[in-house]
Design a protein around this ligand. Structure first.
Ligand code: ZN
Length: 201
């Protein structure tokens, strides 16, 4: 453990920042210093925004997205195509697809993928609600926008089996998604091409 260079409050700030994805201890120190230098214009508003978010964030009971309202903003959006659902592993994938602007429908967040290694079983995923939603009479298509990892594809097969009795089309993203690729790391163009050129599962 390197010796502390600041009081415990600042050390705590650095330690918390260091837990953010993409920030190691060194970047966390840099970020903390920037926040401290910009106390009025950055640190205080950020602290306010975080407090408000921490108080108000809820999981959408309809789709599993996170928002400050339930149903979430996307589920409430009446302009979205009700005949289609885009199934994703995580909220980060939903955000990535929204950034691409290629999805005009609503989503369903599984909250993970099946994994023998990590002990993730079907009952750990948001699957019951998915079957319920896909069973609605207006539903025509489910797009499996799962990561091109082994676990993602195992999950895609499982979900397809689960929905096989329903009169809907199940499609998946085109192969523009690199094997082992995670949606969150793809650029918007690749993502929207993958949605447009989706193939029957
Ligand atoms: Zn929702």
């Amino acid at each position: 453990m390197p010796q502390a260079v600041a009081g415990p409050e600042i050390e705590r700030l650095i330690q918390l920042l260091a837990r953010m994805p993409g920030l190691g201890p060194r970047s966390a120190r840099r970020a903390a210093l920037q926040l401290i230098k910009k106390r009025e214009t950055l640190l205080a508003p950020l602290a306010d925004a975080m407090r408000i978010a921490a108080d108000r964030i809820v999981v959408c009971q309809e789709c599993g997205n996170v928002d400050t309202q339930d149903p979430c903003t996307i589920c409430r959006d009446q302009s979205r195509d009700p005949s289609m659902l885009v199934v994703v592993e995580d909220v980060s994938d939903l955000w990535a697809l929204e950034r691409s602007g290629a999805v005009t429908a609503r989503y369903h967040v599984l909250g993970g993928v099946l994994s023998a290694l990590d002990g993730v079983r079907p009952e750990n995923l948001n699957l019951g609600r998915l079957v319920e939603r896909v069973s609605r009479p207006e539903m025509r298509e489910v797009i499996l926008a799962l990561n091109a990892t082994v676990d993602g594809q195992t999950t895609a097969h499982y979900v397809t089996e689960l929905l096989t009795h329903l009169p809907i089309k199940v499609t998946r993203l085109a192969h523009g998604v690199p094997v082992g690729g995670e949606l969150d790391y793809l650029d918007e163009g690749t993502l929207s091409a993958a949605i447009r050129q989706r193939t029957a599962f």
